[in-house]
Write a protein of this length. Structure first.
Lengths: 219, 308
């Protein structure tokens, strides 16, 4: 046993922490009264949606964090946080279908065919389900190299999720823009900056040579 | 032996709803010991206007005053209740000018004493697909407008909210093009259902609900009912309206409640009644918010899909 196995020990704690938003909301909802505000369905929809996005961004932050620290432990939390994003996404869907739309299928079908922000959100949830289903070790083995390719879809899911949020806001874009900026940073951190810098410095060094050569050839 | 069972009909079903509602409001007002003067004309509550049905109870006061769209105090629904205490509603006056014979300025005290304040229980339908049932205190806008003698050139009425970022911190960010502006066609403005509200639930209008003076046009989406009015202007041309200017394809100038014309991003066929809790079903939205009989005539011959 190495000293680094504190991650295995910390995992249940992180698990419980991830359940906290749900637990607090349930307590507020079941406690009755006005804890969930004047429009509780809206509150539940908004909250479950926000936690889906937050978990998604946290998941995407783990790889850059691991690289920055030079340690692998953040990666070991990645699957759990990803599955929590999926979990809150499913709660979001459930609140929408059952509490908001009262399982009124004609209306739901209309939403899913006519409202861009709902279509985008739904596509994100479907893609998320695929990633959740294939998140097991068995599927990792079965899909081999394709597993990694498949799970890159998470970037698309996050973009769709932020777009879903941006599109439903009426005038004040500040909150969804904060999520957009964080996502932008997390995606930018994944770009191969090092390789580009090397390529750029190399080309900068060789540029005068090229210029000289082309100048001489034109003469 | 004859044992008489008490009738299992609640008294609320025997008493006509307008009577018990008015009574309830009266008791609440009296218990709080305020707004007694404003309640005096309640005996004449039988003014001809359609009241929401039995299945549409008054929205609890804490929701009416705690869940508001009033971006001047912030874009969250709780912001107005949290920040509206900064608004000073005295002294307050409204400038009325434009196409009228007697332009001028009228103080809030004169408005409160010069017009019969009556109670009107109206549905409020927000463009965001939720609704409330609110017992307003106020008087028909037309009564005030008539005093300024609009001329034949006055085809529209424009309204403006106070602009003062000190008192209205939400105005420090340009979320909307301040000051908030709205407009009505003159016949809409003169319609007896169109109210200038000075109170609700038998009390002075809380700041977060648009104190000291706001418009209430019950057959239009809530954003038409401009709050904290400082200026009214008669115009010959259709005046600019804030939301309409910002997103003309989403918010029309008329903005009549219409289940047949969806907001481009969401359906307007149904809405949620605030106060129903989290298992309450959505309700079907009615044309003109249920006031079609009274107001549909204003739009005879108009294509309401075009003039939404």
């Amino acid at each position: 046993m190495t000293g680094r196995d504190w991650v295995a020990w910390a995992k249940p704690g992180v698990f419980l922490l991830c359940l906290l938003p749900l637990a607090l909301t349930l307590a507020q909802g079941l406690g009755g009264g006005l804890a969930l505000g004047a429009n509780p369905v809206e509150t539940l929809l908004h909250r479950s949606g926000l936690w889906t996005l937050r978990m998604l961004l946290l998941t995407l932050a783990l790889t850059p964090l691991s690289r920055a620290l030079g340690r692998p432990w953040p990666i070991r939390l990645r699957r759990m946080l990803g599955l929590f994003a999926f979990f809150y996404g499913m709660l979001h869907l459930l609140v929408y279908l059952w509490l908001d739309r009262a399982l009124d299928w004609p209306v739901i079908v209309e939403d899913l065919t006519e409202r861009p922000y709902i279509i985008v959100g739904m596509v994100a949830l479907v893609l998320m389900s695929v990633l959740a289903l294939t998140s097991t070790r068995g599927w990792q083995r079965r899909l081999r190299r394709n597993w990694k390719r498949l799970h890159r879809v998470v970037y698309l899911i996050a973009v769709l999720g932020v777009l879903h949020f941006l599109w439903l806001v009426k005038a004040d874009l500040r909150e969804p823009l904060i999520y957009a900026v964080i996502l932008g940073v997390l995606l930018a951190l994944r770009l191969p900056w090092g390789r580009w810098r090397r390529a750029w410095t190399q080309s900068a060094q060789s540029a005068p040579a090229v210029a000289r050569r082309s100048a001489s050839s034109s003469r | 032996m004859l044992i008489r069972k008490p009738a299992d009909i609640p008294s609320s079903e025997i008493t006509p709803p307008e009577v018990w509602r008015a009574r309830r409001t009266f008791i609440q007002g009296a218990a709080l010991g305020v707004g007694a003067a404003a309640l005096a004309p309640l005996g004449a509550v039988a003014a001809a206007y359609p009241r929401p049905g039995e299945d549409e109870p008054l929205t609890p006061r804490e929701f009416v005053t705690g869940y508001n769209n009033f971006y001047e105090f912030g874009t969250d629904k709780g912001d107005p209740a949290a920040h509206a205490h900064r608004l000073r509603t005295r002294p307050w006056s409204v400038v009325v000018d434009g196409e009228c014979a007697r332009p001028g300025e009228i103080g809030i005290e004169d408005i409160l004493s010069g017009f019969d304040q009556q109670e009107r229980i109206y549905r409020l339908r927000c463009v965001e697909a939720w609704s409330m049932v609110i017992p307003w205190l106020g008087f028909p806008l037309g009564e005030l407008l008539a005093r300024f003698e609009p001329t034949s050139r006055a085809r529209y009425v424009a309204f403006e909210t106070l602009f003062d970022p000190e008192q209205m911190p939400g105005q420090r960010r340009r979320v909307l093009d301040w000051p908030y502006r709205e407009g009505l066609r003159i016949d809409e403005a003169m319609h007896p259902l169109t109210l200038l509200a000075t109170g609700l639930y038998g009390e002075t209008l809380p700041n977060q609900n648009g104190a000291p003076l706001r418009l209430v046009v019950p057959w239009k989406y809530g954003f038409k009912s401009i709050k904290s009015i400082v200026r009214i202007r008669f115009t010959a041309e259709q005046p600019p309206a804030t939301w309409n200017r910002m997103q003309p394809d989403e918010y029309g100038f008329y903005a009549n409640v219409n289940p047949a014309v969806d907001h481009p991003r969401w359906s307007q066929k149904s809405h949620r009644m605030i106060g129903g809790g989290w298992l309450a079903k959505r309700r079907e939205t009615l044309p003109f918010n249920g006031y079609a009989e009274e107001v549909a005539g204003l739009y005879a011959g108009m294509d309401l899909r075009r003039f939404y």
